[in-house]
Design a protein around this ligand. Sequence first.
Ligand code: SAH
Length: 212
Amino acid sequence: MRLRNVTGSREVIAASDLVVHEPQAYRGKWHEIFGNHNPIRLEIGMGKGRFIMDLARKNPDINYVGIEKYSSVLIRGIQKLEADPLPNLYFIRMEAEEITAVFAAGEVDRIYLNFSDPWPKDRHAKRRLPSREFLQRYDEILIPEGVIEFKTDNHELFQFALEELEPAGWHLEQMTEDLHHDAQMMQENIMTEYEERFSKKGNPIYKYVIAR
Ligand code: SAH
């Protein structure tokens, strides 16, 4: 099968048991998928999935779900996970706007946003994954002590994300404007594909950790 052929990726995804199909059916019942009651953490916009695969390998007692909207990107993650399957990691192909239809209140322990699309036009602000509209959705599915971790090299997006916190009822727990030179926040850092690319170019990486 020629997986490089993007037109085939929907079929490959539909046939993959690494992907949760019809994820709405598991709302409130994700522990059934994993067969345990371990905490569940999400990466929204996982891209090719290296970050979430490394995290899942490192933390077998935590369950992970990687969310990606494009089949042509998700297929890369599926290929990698097939070569080295992990019992505590599943993928979903979906638009993150639907997240509250897929996870019930308090079902998620932590959310990772890595190098989210900037949507630079003002009229598209609601589509930005750290926008107040999305923070409201995360609020619905996260446990009370749940946190969100966000990394980006995009200064404008990071400024925007900081300004969204207070109106949405969140506060900073940790923040850096140069992650790769912040010894404390770099402990346990797991690089994403975009992070590797942009930090190699010399771009500073911004990161926050927020809670309610
Ligand atoms: N997290 C990866 C990829 C960053 S690119 C990394 O750091 O390397 C951003 C990814 O998020 C893209 O693959 C894009 O398709 C996905 N994405 C953006 N908006 C999304 C949304 N609303 N729902 C689901 N996935 C989304």
